[in-house]
Design a protein around this ligand. Structure first.
Ligand SMILES: N[C@@H](CCC(=O)N[C@@H](CS)C(=O)NCC(=O)O)C(=O)O
Length: 231
């Protein structure tokens, strides 16, 4: 049996959760309370960095969401989420990397910004630009295909498809990206996406928590130093 340590709103854990559902694998979910439990010895024994997601498969443990996705693909290929043809594979990897290295850092910055405030810092402006550049890149790459790799849903959808539909709520509308917008709507009606979708209340709690994250992190850094040193 596969076990996933996760938290419902966790951007990284949601990717793995979705891949497990799309691959139709049986698994159990273990929620981790990220207000401190991740730094307790019990969880540090599961992941010494105190992060989710963690996938446990028998006596093998995998950390890091992208490594987990690759593990699932190699270990359980029956429903494949990764093409082997060169161009399709390159497209999937580009989407994954751009989502992780360009879009997500922008998303985290935008999540920490209070939309009620009239002050838009240079950092927020840069995050908006970085997000728009990522979305424009996705729009071009997708062209008129149903999925990034063509007709097959892949890890590109798993990674980008959990983030893109939240962009309007973060102040980056999808109106300039009609193909991507339709692609996102198509994904949202899939049973797997429906299953992991956050309620309006969960999303607004998550947003509230992310806004105070810089302050939480100041405290958390010391807590982390103590916990990781002891471990
Ligand atoms: N690079 C890691 C990032 C994992 C990560 O930062 N997870 C967050 C939740 S979204 C976490 O565990 N935060 C708790 C903490 O850092 O104390 C991955 O891709 O799995």
């Amino acid at each position: 049996m596969l076990t996933l340590y996760y938290a419902r709103p966790s951007v990284y854990a949601r990717l793995v959760w979705l891949a497990l559902l799309e691959k139709q694998l049986p698994f159990e979910l273990i929620p981790v309370d990220l207000s401190g439990k991740q730094l307790e010895p019990e969880f540090l024994a599961v992941n010494p960095f105190g992060h989710i997601p963690v996938l446990v498969d028998g006596d093998f443990r995998v950390i890091e969401s992208l490594a987990i996705l690759d593990y699932l693909e190699a270990r359980y290929p029956a429903i494949s989420l990764l093409p082997t043809e060169a161009v399709a594979l390159a497209k999937v990897r580009m989407v994954q990397m751009v989502a992780f290295n360009e879009l997500l850092p922008a998303v985290f910055k935008l999540l920490m910004h209070d939309p009620a405030s009239d002050q838009v810092s240079a950092e927020v402006e840069y995050a908006q630009l970085r997000a728009r550049t990522s979305l424009a890149f996705f729009e071009t790459l997708l062209a008129d295909a149903d999925y990034f790799a063509g007709e097959q849903l892949t890890l590109a959808e798993i990674v980008a498809g959990t983030i893109v539909h939240k962009m309007p709520d973060l102040g980056v509308p999808l109106t300039r990206y009609p193909q991507l917008s339709r692609w996102s709507e198509r994904l949202l009606v899939r049973p797997s996406w429906q299953q992991i979708e956050l309620s309006a209340e969960e999303w607004s709690n998550f947003r509230r928590r992310m806004r105070v994250m810089p302050k939480i992190w100041q405290r958390r850094r010391q807590q982390r130093m103590t916990a990781l040193t002891r471990h």
